[in-house]
Design a protein. Structure first.
Length: 286
């Protein structure tokens, strides 16, 4: 399969379109939660950010699709936009169904420079989803929520994996047809570095702006409700395993996100060379 060819475009677009699942959040089998489990959900600090991000992504992708001339690419990008909007509706339904207290966020605006906005979002999604796969797997193994809850969110993470595969193939296709084939590796390094910089910047800014009594984070509230004795080595290992599992279902001719798994694998090898400590949990059990 020649990257950037018409056959490549047909493969990554049709693979994405044909794997779309039909469901509506309100029709899913939401489990009844006891007070302890509901409080665990309440303590997770990112529901407002997740809802805001998914809403913004859905609107941004719809706007970007409207600028795409290629009919097949337009169809695929528009479908991703609808899936992102459905993720927002799913999170909104969860918040309402379990009566969670979530702060409101201001209305978002669509970046007028729409293609760079889509590219930034795509690399950010590859970055975030890789680690989300690992966290999801760890929490599932610890059985902190009913299995029915994981059954609901497993297809959502599969959709994130689909978005990642579509994006990296679209990005490679775009660079090749623009005559920038040799810049693919450099572009990935630059874009992932910027994604990390944005996340570190958002974390620092949000911590400065939030009043002390309302500050939230996994170590302050959410993670303290999770009885996990988790080391950095164990977390990174699980991220790699869960990512490999989700990527294994896709056609071998398609590109898969490789940069973050590669860096994580190298980091994990380095950690394993360090002298072993008696205990070095990154999340202490309660």
């Amino acid at each position: 399969m020649e990257i950037g060819s018409e056959a490549h475009k047909q493969l990554f677009c049709h693979s994405f379109l044909n794997s779309h699942r039909l469901y509506e959040p309100e029709n899913l089998p939401w489990p009844t939660l006891d007070s302890k489990t509901r409080q665990l959900l309440q303590n997770i600090p990112f529901w407002d950010e997740a809802l805001y991000t998914e809403r913004r992504a859905g609107d941004m992708l719809a706007a970007f699709a409207a600028t795409v001339e290629d009919s097949l690419l337009l169809e695929a990008i528009a479908l991703q936009g609808r899936e992102e909007s459905r993720h927002a509706r799913l999170i909104e339904f969860l918040i309402q169904h379990y009566d969670l207290e979530v702060p409101s966020r201001p209305e978002h605006t669509i970046d007028q420079n729409i293609e760079p906005a889509f590219i930034n979002f795509g690399y950010g999604e590859c970055f975030d989803s890789f680690f989300a796969f690992g966290l999801f797997g760890i929490v599932r193994q610890a059985q902190l929520m009913p299995e029915a809850f994981f059954t609901i969110f497993d297809p959502v993470l599969d959709e994130e994996a689909r978005h990642m595969v579509f994006f990296v193939n679209w990005m490679a296709y775009k660079l090749v047809i623009e005559g920038k084939r040799t810049f693919r590796a450099v572009n990935s390094l630059w874009q992932y570095s910027k994604a990390l910089e944005r996340r570190l910047g958002n974390f620092t800014t949000s911590n400065k702006k939030q009043p002390k009594k309302s500050k939230k984070g996994f170590t302050a509230t959410g993670a303290k409700s999770m009885t996990l004795n988790l080391t950095l080595e164990g977390f990174l290992e699980t991220c790699l395993q869960e990512n490999a599992k989700r990527m294994s279902v896709y056609d071998e001719r398609l590109l898969k996100p490789e940069f973050i798994p590669s860096i994580t694998s190298k980091t994990l090898k380095f950690i394993r060379l360090l002298p072993k400590r008696k205990s070095n949990p990154i999340v202490e059990p309660t």
